[in-house]
Design a binder for this molecule. Structure first.
Ligand code: AMP
Length: 417
């Protein structure tokens, strides 16, 4: 038997309802905040990701599914969504109509990481991005929107972490200080961090290896190096979050690690999933649109780990599965053919209706109706057909009434609502 690929998974009925509910809640909330959906391809030219995510990152160095297509062009299954959203914004010159674009997208991402709980090779993200707004008001607003989504979904036990990464004016001085600090630590850092410490030193700060985390506890903080504009920006974000009652902690080790990330960065963390503690992450990337060939337009966004959110939700929530309103138990070929039309007419009217096509006994059909949780069963056999009626049984009250075959679909609807 051919099994699915390691790190990939099937989302089956019973679980999928939870995914649908989350998706519905997110769409409706984001649209209330003025975001509109974009649907983008899951494959892009490799260069889009190497240029945007950066060569010296785990994603680009070892996690991307990259391959030549039949003509030899290098293609990558997208490891994240922001680069594609930016590409489409530039390619369709959306900024020419209105530089402000608020968009969201939901879909699969691919990273060849080591699979474990909360970490998959095909995983799903819910992304939201805002282009064209420099004001810290939008930083606070999207954090508020994110937190509101978790509140609407009744997810508790989450902590919002925020930090500022400065800007190209103030970060270089900090970077130098950090490199100096890391220089003395090569013995206690993991090999990946030793490589990172000169090229991408900020990344060392959020390494999950315990010895690294311990070693950088006393690292200099970027917050002490912010220029006045960045300092103002970060203070305003905090003020606004305080006013909105959003609880957060300042986590000076929270980095996005790439040069074009600027100012606000944030992560929503949980204790419910062991090592994979980030449920959502985001931040400002004022340089990215320009790096990918567009104008100097600022951007900010976040990605929610959909799978992780579902893992948390499923710990204390049963998905709401819509039960059939009517189960039609038609006995014998002739009755089945007649009732088949009612079934379809009821479905078309928006009444969830099931019918068994196997020709089993009434006892077997009642058993199946019970298993499906049908609210009503319509029993229709030879004798009912002769009398011009069908028996409609309410499965909760066990009361049964006869409904006339004249205009039966209306009669059923009238009696089940
Ligand atoms: P990132 O783009 O790495 O900041 O990821 C954003 C969010 O996606 C993270 O906070 C996680 O919740 C989720 N995520 C990232 N990688 C994976 C993965 N391999 N499996 C499941 N979720 C992931």
């Amino acid at each position: 038997m051919i099994q699915l690929i390691r790190g990939f998974k099937d989302i089956l009925p019973g679980e999928v309802e939870l995914w649908q509910e989350v998706e519905k809640t997110a769409r409706s909330l984001f649209e209330d905040f003025g975001f509109r959906e974009v649907r983008l391809p899951i494959m892009e030219r490799t260069a889009l990701f190497t240029r945007s995510i950066g060569e010296n990152t785990d994603i680009v160095e070892k996690e991307m599914y990259t391959f030549p297509d039949r003509k030899g062009e290098m293609i990558t299954l997208r490891p994240e969504a922001t680069a594609s959203v930016v590409r489409s914004y530039i390619q369709h010159k959306l900024y020419a109509v209105d530089p402000v674009q608020k968009s969201y997208t939901i879909g699969p991402m691919f990273r060849r990481e080591r699979p474990q709980k909360g970490r998959y090779r095909q995983f799903y993200q819910i992304n939201a991005e805002v282009f064209g707004i420099e004001s810290p008001l939008i930083d606070a607003q999207i954090i508020f929107m994110l937190v509101t989504l978790f509140t609407r979904l009744s997810v508790t036990g989450l902590t919002a972490n925020i930090n500022s990464l400065g800007c190209p004016k103030c970060r270089p001085a900090y970077k130098e200080k950090l490199i100096e600090f890391l220089d003395g630590l090569s013995e206690s850092l993991c090999s990946a961090c030793n490589k990172r410490s000169s090229k991408n030193p900020l990344r060392v700060l959020d390494c999950k290896v315990p010895t690294c985390a311990e070693s950088v506890k006393d690292a200099p903080s970027i917050l002490d190096y912010l220029c006045p504009d960045c300092k103002d920006h970060f203070e305003t974000v905090q003020d606004l979050l305080n006013k909105m009652g959003v609880e957060y902690i300042i986590n000076k080790r929270l980095v996005r690690g790439l040069d074009y990330y600027t100012r606000t960065s944030f992560e929503i963390q949980t204790t419910a999933l062991g090592a994979q503690n980030a449920v959502a992450g985001g931040g400002r990337y004022d340089g990215l649109i320009n790096i990918l060939g567009g104008p100097e337009i600022p951007g900010i966004g976040f990605a929610i780990g959909f799978d992780r959110l579902i893992d948390i939700l499923s710990q204390n929530m049963e998905p709401r599965i819509r039960q059939p309103e009517v189960f039609i138990a038609a006995l014998g070929d002739d009755c089945q053919k007649v009732a088949f039309e009612w079934t379809n007419a009821l479905c078309a009217e928006g009444i969830k209706t099931e019918m068994d096509f196997s020709g089993k006994s009434l006892k077997a059909l009642m058993k199946r109706a019970n298993r499906l949780g049908a609210r009503h069963v319509l029993i229709f056999g030879e004798s009912e057909m002769k009398e011009g009626v069908a028996a409609l049984r309410n499965m909760a009250t066990k009361k049964q009434i006869l409904v006339s075959l004249n205009d039966i679909v209306r009669n059923i609807i009238k009696n089940i609502i």
